[in-house]
Design a protein around this ligand. Structure first.
Ligand code: MLT
Length: 243
């Protein structure tokens, strides 16, 4: 049975995937959801690069697998595809994008990295990011999810946040990487995602004509926790098709 590796978003941790791990494991899949470098229980990498984040994931993945990456997790998956395409038997891109940052976005990331390190805490970051990460439906109807995501962001070490921001600022354009990838692919996004809106999904779908596209209704950027049942169904559907 194919392994599935789930790569979480910035600046949360592997618990983003708790519903998927439980559901897919019960469905007989072998699932690994590692903490990305610096988050949860993993250590901060020495280098602030996507390659360092990807290496840390691959050191835990013993065999070619299907990878699903949500947002920053998607950037890590693109890096794995660039460096070690032989490890990817299927690619699932969720609420992410393939283009590199604009100069303005890059500068903003470096500023956030410096500010968080200077503050030595991520509480202020949580207040700024929550309205962007979660869709209107979740924010108005699901206080439990809002509280959980806030707690995850507040628990993220300032160092991990700074390192991830610098690594993301440095990431290259991945459109050529996706064009080269000919394996099975799925592109998923929340209908209320404003961080990676539909124009970003279109670029990935154009680069991978073989990709299946699925929109998750009433979800923002963190679709996996905002509408877990819908995401579980989509993941199981493609894993079954790709078997
Ligand atoms: C994420 O959710 O991982 C971030 O929004 C990614 C980013 O900042 O580009």
């Amino acid at each position: 049975m194919t392994h599935l590796v789930l790569l979480h978003a910035f600046p949360v941790n592997r618990h983003l995937w708790d519903d998927q791990v439980e559901y897919l494991t019960k469905a007989g899949r072998r699932v690994l959801a590692p903490d990305l470098a610096g988050f949860g229980e993993s250590r901060v990498p020495q280098e602030a690069t996507m390659a360092a984040l990807a290496d840390q994931v691959l050191s835990q993945v013993g065999q070619p697998s299907v990878f699903a990456g949500l947002s920053m997790g998607g950037y890590v998956l693109m890096e794995i595809l660039r460096q070690h395409p032989e490890m990817v038997t299927g690619a699932i891109f969720m609420d992410t994008k393939a283009t590199a940052d604009t100069d303005e976005a890059r500068a903003q990331r470096l500023q956030v990295a410096d500010a968080v390190l200077a503050a030595g805490q991520t509480r202020d970051l949580a207040s700024v990011m929550l309205p962007m990460l979660l869709g209107d439906t979740t924010r108005s109807q699901n206080p439990g999810v809002v509280a959980k995501v806030r707690a995850w962001i507040e628990a993220a070490p300032a160092h991990a946040v700074a390192t991830a921001q610098r690594a993301m600022a440095d990431r290259p354009d991945s459109v050529p990487t996706l064009r080269r990838y000919e394996g099975p692919a799925l592109v998923v996004w929340g209908s209320e995602d404003t961080i990676s809106p539909s124009a970003d999904q279109r670029i990935m779908l154009d680069a991978m004509p073989q990709a299946v596209a699925r929109e998750i209704p009433a979800a923002g950027h963190l679709s996996a926790i905002e509408q877990p049942s819908a995401v579980n169904d989509v993941l199981l559907e493609v894993l079954t098709d790709w078997q």
